[in-house]
Design a protein around this ligand. Structure first.
Ligand code: A2P
Length: 336
């Protein structure tokens, strides 16, 4: 049996990868509608052997859609996701607008798939990309010994900000290599050959919105409001793949060898941890274009008796967004 699918934001950085992942995984698609703003309505996109014309979301009738994958920003989700759900679709939403709602499950396919079943509004939220890969790597450790505190610094690629940010990094890099001046547009300061300690907007407590997503989403996904999370989010001039320097304090002591053994059998994780030059994952050498959350640099923290350090790298557009959304869609259709 096939299902009718709508991809909302199909022309964007995540939407493009959603199409790729749906095709790769041979998702049982009946009708496929690609939706975007009226700016790109009429454009043609490839899906496997099919060529599909992009339709304008504003005038689209969602009747008959079984699954809608949304990645067109928060305001679009807020307005249209409830309409698609009311028309009978299960909405899998990549924006942050519903993530905090108690009646919207926030699900990482390997970590808390059972949460998907309770979705009274017909909406399921896809976690933020940096939380996603962190959860894939940390859930097995949390289950084994309990995590008391997470201290994390991220090194996030520009694709997480969308297509315009990918273009900005390319354009600034080319301009600077040609001794031309650059004007920042998407980011507040130059991103090429630089690092920017700001993800999203500043909040009252001095943290940024991307940092606080790591706090709230971690607690919701692991179902434990006592976990302490302290995050610094940094944007780096990398196209695809987020990296994270993760420092955890566990409730019971876990050795590096035990953590490694747990992670080697954890779903969605690939351990790359040789103590030699290059024996660790990076966005370019491992993560970009691939599915797993790669974990390396696993070591016991010499400054804390129950501390453990890890380096986690994953493709933020794949597992961090499109892949998890499609995996959630697979779980939804498996219920039938
Ligand atoms: P469009 O190409 O028509 O602007 P990204 O995150 O890479 O910037 O992509 C955002 C996606 O969301 C694009 O597919 C974009 O379509 C879509 N989008 C943005 N605003 C709207 C809107 N008001 N209605 C429908 N789609 C939108």
């Amino acid at each position: 049996k096939t299902v009718n699918v709508a991809v909302v934001g199909a022309t964007g950085a995540v939407g493009e990868t959603m199409l790729k992942v749906l095709a790769e995984r041979q998702f049982p698609i009946g009708k496929l509608h690609l939706l975007a703003s009226e700016r790109s309505a009429g454009e043609k996109l490839e899906y496997g052997a099919r060529t599909i014309v992009v339709e304008d979301l504003a005038t689209f009738d969602p009747t008959g859609i079984d699954i809608a994958l949304f990645s067109a920003g928060g305001s679009v989700s807020k307005e249209y996701a409830p309409r698609f759900a009311a028309a009978g679709a299960v909405v899998i939403d990549n924006s942050s607008v519903f993530r905090g709602d108690a009646d919207v499950p926030l699900v990482v396919s390997e970590v808390n798939p059972e949460a998907l079943k309770h979705r009274p509004r017909g909406i399921v939220a896809n976690p933020n990309c940096s939380t996603m890969q962190l959860m894939v790597a940390l859930a097995p450790i949390h289950r084994a010994v309990g995590i008391e505190r997470i201290n994390i610094a991220t090194y996030q690629s520009v694709s997480g900000t969308g297509r315009r940010a990918l273009e900005e990094l390319g354009r600034q890099t080319a301009a600077l290599l040609n001794f031309q001046e650059v004007q920042p547009e998407v980011y507040p300061v130059q991103i090429a050959f630089n690092v920017i300690p700001q993800g999203g907007d500043f909040l009252e407590n001095g943290y940024t919105s991307e940092e606080m997503k790591l706090v709230w989403e971690t607690r919701k996904i692991l179902g434990d409001d006592s976990i302490l999370v302290n995050a610094t989010v940094v944007r780096v001039p990398v196209f695809y793949g987020h990296s994270e320097a993760v420092h955890i304090e566990t409730r019971e002591k876990i050795t590096a060898a035990q953590a490694r053994a747990l992670l080697e059998k954890a779903p969605g994780v690939e351990v790359v941890d040789e103590h030699v030059n290059g024996g660790y994952p990076t966005p370019v050498t491992h993560a970009s274009g691939r599915d797993p959350a790669y974990v390396g640099r696993i070591r016991e923290d010499i400054s804390h008796p129950r501390g453990l350090d890890l380096w986690v790298v994953s493709d933020n557009i794949r597992k961090g967004a499109a892949l998890n959304a499609v995996q959630l869609a697979e779980l939804v259709i498996a219920e039938r």
